[in-house]
Design a protein around this ligand. Structure first.
Ligand code: 4HQ
Length: 250
């Protein structure tokens, strides 16, 4: 069965390019995912179609009102038999990473709620959302771009979405390391050469070089990921005499 993703937003047209292009578009065509866009404004009940109001207690900016958001979520919940997990995009949420993407990709149904303005009335997060997800520690003007990031990251993991499942398994983020350096033709560009090992044809040496490079990069650029990787590589091999984890310290 195809995964169903509902996106609730005040700007559904922002999603058109993402949904019609590339892997997401192909996955939808192939029937691996079904994506539904809903405009929250369609659930307003006043003549002005108002979705925001001033904050109680005063202060700058506007707040997303409960009524249109609750009605929109309940409306789309009723469009399909199985209940969707309601995810609010918000800087206060769990930071999006590949383990979270993998969890979301297991769901049969996902409802992404992208807000605008200064944020949601807190009752939306308290009693409507199952989860809050953040793209990172920066401030955007809406949850649409984070919602697109979730869609792209989740959809490419769905069975039938990507032509080459090996490329997903191989990915270093799935192994907890940054990617090794990649090159394509030509062998020399503006005096910069492709490392000899990659054109040696010796696949044992190539694999060893790639692992070494990925480890070195991760250790120097992302000590946080490196700590995790070291912790997770359970049986330290004899070469790890210095106790700093897999491979030689560069
Ligand atoms: N937002 N990760 C929604 C974000 C954000 C983020 C700002 C989300 C404003 C209303 N969302 N509001 N970072 O910056 O998810």
């Amino acid at each position: 069965m195809a995964m169903r993703i509902d996106i609730l937003t005040l700007f559904p047209e922002m999603f058109d390019p993402v949904l019609s292009t590339s892997i997401v578009g192909r996955a939808a065509q192939a029937g691996a995912v079904e994506i539904h866009l809903t405009n929250i404004r369609d659930f307003t009940r006043d003549n002005y179609r108002k979705v925001d109001d001033a904050p109680f207690g005063g202060g700058p900016g506007m707040v997303m009102m409960c009524q249109p958001v609750f009605d929109a979520v309940e409306g789309v919940q009723a469009q399909a038999p199985e209940r969707g997990t309601v995810v609010l995009l918000s800087p206060q949420g769990r930071r999006l990473d590949q383990p979270l993407v993998e969890e979301l990709a297991e769901l049969e149904r996902l409802i992404l709620v992208a807000g605008r303005y200064e944020g949601f009335d807190d009752r939306i997060r308290q009693s409507l959302a199952d989860m809050e997800v953040s793209l990172g520690d920066f401030v955007l003007s809406g949850g649409e771009i984070p919602a697109m990031a979730v869609v792209e990251a989740v959809v490419r993991l769905l069975p039938g979405a990507v032509g080459e499942p090996d490329s997903i398994k191989e990915e270093s983020f799935s192994m907890g390391l940054l990617e090794y350096p990649q090159y394509t033709r030509p062998r020399e560009f503006r005096g910069m050469e492709v490392p000899d090992v990659l054109v040696s044809g010796d696949h044992g040496r190539i694999d060893a070089w790639r692992i070494e490079q990925a480890q070195q990069r991760t250790r120097s650029r992302r000590p946080d990921l490196w700590q995790e990787y070291v912790k997770n590589s359970q049986s330290p091999r004899p070469e790890d005499a210095d106790g700093d984890g897999p491979g030689e310290t560069p």
